[in-house]
Design a protein around this ligand. Structure first.
Ligand code: DQA
Length: 149
């Protein structure tokens, strides 16, 4: 059993109400329930957080260094701005999957660059909120796969 951190950046607390034509109607509580269900089917536990503050996300990444097996992260707008979140993720040794509900590459050009992608082992963008459970499945696979150097 591993603890998988699922971390969410700014404005994702408004999921379901915020631009539903882009982000859909599911709330973050729905996403959390889906993540818990899939993780428990795979024999893992979830530590699920959202914050509008960059430092809190960094602190949770540091916490994951102590007790986390993997990280699934939707950094939201911090994706495009935060070298500090990239630096924090670079201190974490387990699998990291970056999630975006919308397809960033179909949107404005300022969303096309991600700091976090420099560390992520995989990126899921544009698969809606289903991306979260797919990300958890991938982390679970990576946790059981033999390590490649
Ligand atoms: C997002 C995409 C980002 O560009 C945006 O700032 C978000 C959400 C997504 O999930 O599609 O807040 O990460």
């Amino acid at each position: 059993m591993s603890l998988i951190y699922v971390l969410n950046g700014p404005n994702l607390n408004l999921l379901g109400k915020r631009q539903p034509h882009i982000y859909g109607h599911e709330t973050l509580a729905d996403v959390e329930a889906d993540c818990r269900k899939v993780a428990s089917e795979l024999g893992h536990e979830i530590c699920f957080h959202q914050s509008n503050r960059e430092y809190e996300i960094i602190d949770w990444i540091h916490e994951a260094r102590e007790d986390g097996g993997g990280i699934v992260i939707n950094p939201a707008a911090f994706t495009h701005t935060s070298l500090a979140i990239l630096d924090a993720l670079n201190t974490f040794e387990g699998p990291v999957i970056e999630i975006h509900i919308s397809n960033m590459y179909k949107r404005e050009s300022f969303r096309h660059h991600s700091f976090v992608s420099h560390r992520a082992d995989g990126i899921i963008t544009g698969l809606g909120t289903e991306g979260y459970t797919l990300g958890i499945r991938r982390v679970a696979t990576m946790l059981t796969a033999p390590k490649k150097d």
